[in-house]
Design a protein around this ligand. Structure first.
Ligand code: NDP
Ligand code: HEM
Length: 482
């Protein structure tokens, strides 16, 4: 069988795949061997910085189909009944580095990029509907406490509990993390959430607040703490492997797409602040509405090009969908494009995986690695027949805000506090065995040798605030008098 010849990156036929050019068979090598020099120099540049968070992950391609009519809530093209939209998903752990174990106790990233007719729409969520903090100015401190110490470069549970107990708004998310949902069996067996509240507006300009829920059709399955720990050693890539293999054998995983819709004016007096990312909207108030399904059916052909260089950004919004006053979302609208310009380069949107599937007619151009063929005119407005903006597509997005500029916590709504929704999870949702596992997961985590006696007392106090029984169980396990 004849195979094509190999080339260098400029297309020249390679003179050899394994011999460098030398002076005689035993002689020194030559600077003129540009085949060798390109090979070595390119290898030295094979890595881009790993993501500062969510470094370890995996992903696949698929399609979302909308089966219900929600045009009364949004005019976004991807959510119109019957619409099929291609998508990319990336799952990840948060705190571990590129080579870390998939089954570590951590939230899981659940990033979706929809290639819509109005450009890319990204939903960069997690496998939980809430988060640890509600102000973006705490994010880097939070992440520092979850990653490595400055002196010995070790992860440190004492500093994790230090941060959590000093920031009680974390209790709801830490509760999720300490149930067995903190160690999902696979990425296929967990739900995804958009987590933030977003704005939807319809063709008549009517506005609604929306939350997204992606319910796994495979059913929720988790590992116990012991199973997860054992798998860290046995197969650190277990989740990446599982997704890849399922898709290779044609066992395509799917998720049912649901939304909660809140009429725009309800937000002012709703019992919890609907923009506070540490809170859910209880289903009894705003029931989940099924609107469609998405399925994953194609593995990447080059992991680096399609997954490592994938750039998700909550600021990728499309007509019919807007941001909200959620302070965390506002911070993220800045952070992601900024990190992509640094991690990948300013023209990251020209890479095939990040490129929209529609023609771009942007007046931004040039810069490192640019290959988009921008044509004249190069400025707007112009009288040369250049593209013009589509203001009318965004009609409905605007709403009134006013107030004094300040640094302040959210205004309290009548049921706002840091513990009651975590308490509802403990009291109403978890089974007896799930409660027992939650206690032992917390005790296991806070029993790490670096966790001090004082810190253990603070841990007990934190969980007692969620529920006295939970506090008592943790106190018993940690040997702290409650
Ligand atoms: P509901 O009884 O209507 O909903 C409970 C929710 O909890 C369901 O979505 C259920 O979905 C989910 N759930 C079940 N087991 C667990 C678990 N071990 N860990 C995390 N979630 C679980 O009650 P409310 O809507 O009034 O919410 C009560 C509490 O449930 C909330 O305070 C919150 O802690 C939790 N919750 C609420 C969600 C919401 O959006 N309202 C979403 C997820 C959790 P499923 O079994 O399909 O996962
Ligand atoms: C990744 C910042 C909150 C989910 C990242 C990255 C940064 C970042 C810089 C790396 C992106 C990259 O290099 O490609 C922030 C900031 C936050 C915040 C500043 C708060 C102010 C959140 C929240 C969620 C979330 C609340 C979920 C609800 C993710 C996910 C990824 C990620 C899923 C991985 C994206 C991917 O798959 O490539 N975040 N984050 N983040 N973040 Fe956040």
């Amino acid at each position: 069988m004849s195979v094509p010849y190999s080339t260098d990156d400029a297309g020249h036929p390679a003179p050899s795949d394994g011999l460098s050019q030398s002076v005689g068979p035993n002689g020194p090598l030559l600077l003129q061997d540009h085949f060798l020099i390109q090979k070595m120099a390119h290898f030295n540049r094979e890595r881009v910085p790993e993501r500062v968070v969510h470094a370890k992950g995996g992903g696949a391609f698929g399609e979302m189909e909308i089966t219900e009519d929600v045009s009364q809530y949004t005019k976004a093209d991807l959510f119109q009944k019957g619409k099929k939209t291609p998508l990319l998903i990336r799952f990840s752990t948060v705190a571990g580095e590129l080579g870390s174990a998939d089954t570590a106790r951590d939230p899981r990233g659940f990033s979706l990029k929809f290639y819509t007719e109005h450009g890319n729409y990204d939903l960069v969520g997690n496998n939980t509907p809430i988060f640890f903090i509600r102000d973006p100015s705490k994010f880097s401190d939070f992440i520092h406490s979850q990653k490595r110490r400055a002196d010995n470069q070790l992860r440190d549970h004492n500093m994790q509990w230090d941060f959590w107990t000093l920031n009680p708004e974390s209790a709801h998310q830490v509760s999720f993390l300490m149930t067995d949902r903190g160690t999902p069996k696979t990425w296929r067996h967990m739900h995804g959430f958009g987590s933030h509240t977003f704005l939807w507006y319809n063709a008549d300009g009517e506005k609604f607040w929306v939350k997204y829920h992606f319910k796994t059709d495979q059913g929720v399955e988790n590992l116990t703490a012991d199973e997860a720990k054992a798998m860290e050693g046995q197969d650190p890539d277990a989740h990446r492997r599982d997704l890849w293999q399922a898709i290779e054998r044609g066992d395509y995983p799917s998720w049912t797409v649901k939304v909660q819709i809140m009429p725009f004016d309800d937000a002012v007096n709703y019992r919890v602040n609907p923009f506070d990312l540490t809170k859910v909207w209880p289903h009894a108030d705003y029931p989940e509405i099924t609107i469609g399904k998405f399925t994953l059916n194609r593995n990447p052909s080059n992991y680096f090009a399609e997954i490592e260089q994938a750039a998700f950004e909550p600021s990728n919004l499309v007509p019919g969908i807007g941001g909200s006053p959620d302070k965390m979302l506002q911070g993220r609208l800045f952070s992601y494009p900024d990190t992509h310009r640094y991690r990948i380069g300013p023209n990251y949107l020209q890479l095939p995986v990040n490129q929209p599937k529609v023609e771009t007619r942007s007046y931004n151009f040039d810069g490192p690695m640019a290959y988009a063929n921008n044509a004249d005119p190069v400025y707007a407005p112009n009288t040369m027949g250049g593209a013009v903006s589509a203001n009318e597509l965004y009609e409905g997005e605007s709403y009134h805000v006013s107030g004094e500029i300040m640094r302040s916590a959210y205004e309290l709504h009548k049921e706002d506090d840091d513990f009651s929704q975590a308490r509802a999870l403990w009291e109403k949702v978890l089974s007896d065995s799930e409660r027992a596992n939650m206690v032992s997961n917390i005790v296991g985590h806070a029993s790490a040798p670096e966790v001090t006696g004082d810190m253990k007392k603070r841990v007990v106090e934190y969980w007692t605030n969620v529920h006295p029984d939970l506090g008592a169980g943790v106190a018993k396990g940690l040997g702290v008098e409650s």
